[in-house]
Design a binder for this molecule. Structure first.
Ligand SMILES: OC[C@H]1O[C@H](O)[C@H](O)[C@@H]1O
Length: 328
């Protein structure tokens, strides 16, 4: 019996969230709806410009693991934080939410704990301004293979694939997952990151991943073609292929099987974490032996919950929502 159902690896990041209007975004030169990297100076300027701030633990795969913990699975999140106030806050909050955080904060980290300044506009769109701190320096030495071997599923965050040491850590993690008889998967995370490392992402997806979750732009960027062409290639190269399409039906492929899961469009209160919680719901289904259709619907239920309030992690009992929808 494994210790964990799902173990995730990603950039451990604290979110600083605020609300603003579109004029404020223009004024500050913030590009709407995407993740932009910022240096420390701009990060501090944006932080100071926020009128009211909420600080919350974030990070894409960290959010997914917290979501899976909320659903009652046994989870761990492996990430790198500095031993500073934000890093200790991050580690503690995951443990409180029921997800193990095996790596202690690193006193000697060169950079402070990663953070993202997130501006949410009245249409619910989120614009993220990320300062890549200690979390982005995650490398093979930060990975205890035994934790991964002891999990049925491994889930990786594409953002960490932006640096060579992150790539090396992912190869080590995938090998450990397979050595332990588990399955390895990744969230592609960002079309620009895919664009910067296309060849390496392609190799990883083809040779080392059992399931891959991405949105339309990420899949198109990976194969440099339209969505149908991209998914046709992905299906040849990877066991389970999941494509979210911002409000349109989710497409899931496994061999000859193709499932389309309907999405009910609503105006979000805050879209932050929608993809992360879709992944949590979907992985819950996969890890508990549900069909692709049910797993996809679980993903949509979890995503709908998180966009109904401010912040990237669930605030209600998502398993109860699965029951309300007759999914369990
Ligand atoms: O996907 C949303 C997450 O991405 C960024 O990493 C932020 O931390 C945020 O919580």
């Amino acid at each position: 019996m494994k210790s964990y159902d799902v173990v995730g690896i990603g950039n451990a990041m604290v979110d600083v969230l605020t609300q603003c209007d579109d004029k404020f975004l223009d004024w500050m030169g913030i590009e709407k709806g995407i993740m932009q990297l910022v240096d420390r100076e701009r990060g501090e300027m944006l932080y100071a410009a926020m009128k009211e701030r909420t600080e919350a633990p974030g990070g894409s795969v960290g959010n997914t693991m917290a979501g899976l913990g909320n659903m009652g699975l046994r989870t761990a999140f492996i990430g790198r934080v500095k031993d500073d106030a934000l890093g200790r806050f991050y580690a503690k909050s995951l443990e409180v939410e029921g997800t193990d955080f095996p790596n202690p904060p690193v006193a000697s980290a060169d950079h402070p704990t990663s953070r993202s300044m997130i501006f949410v506009t009245p249409d619910g769109e989120r614009s993220m301004n990320t300062y890549l701190g200690a979390g982005a320096d995650f490398g093979p030495d930060d990975l205890d293979e035994e934790v991964v071997k002891n999990s049925a599923y491994l889930f990786l965050e594409g953002y960490l694939f932006d640096k060579d040491q992150g790539k090396a850590a992912f190869r080590k993690a995938a090998a450990a997952a397979h050595a332990g008889g588990g399955k390895a998967g990744i969230a592609l995370s960002d079309p620009f990151c895919v664009d910067r490392h296309r060849a390496d992402f392609r190799r990883l997806v083809k040779d080392e991943m059992d399931y891959v979750i991405g949105n339309q732009h990420e899949w198109e960027s990976l194969y440099q073609t339209d969505l149908d062409g991209a998914l046709a290639q992905a299906r040849e190269e990877c066991g389970v292929v999941v494509c979210t399409r911002s409000g349109a039906d989710v497409v899931i492929l496994r061999g000859d099987e193709r499932v389309e899961v309907p999405v009910h469009r609503v105006v979000p209160v805050d879209a932050t974490g929608a993809g992360d919680q879709f992944a949590a719901g979907f992985l819950y289904g996969l890890a508990t032996g549900q069909s692709l259709a049910v797993s996809g619907r679980m993903g949509c239920v979890a995503a709908a919950e998180v966009i109904s309030h401010f912040g990237a992690r669930p605030e209600t009992d998502v398993k109860a929502l699965f029951r309300d929808h007759d999914l369990i």
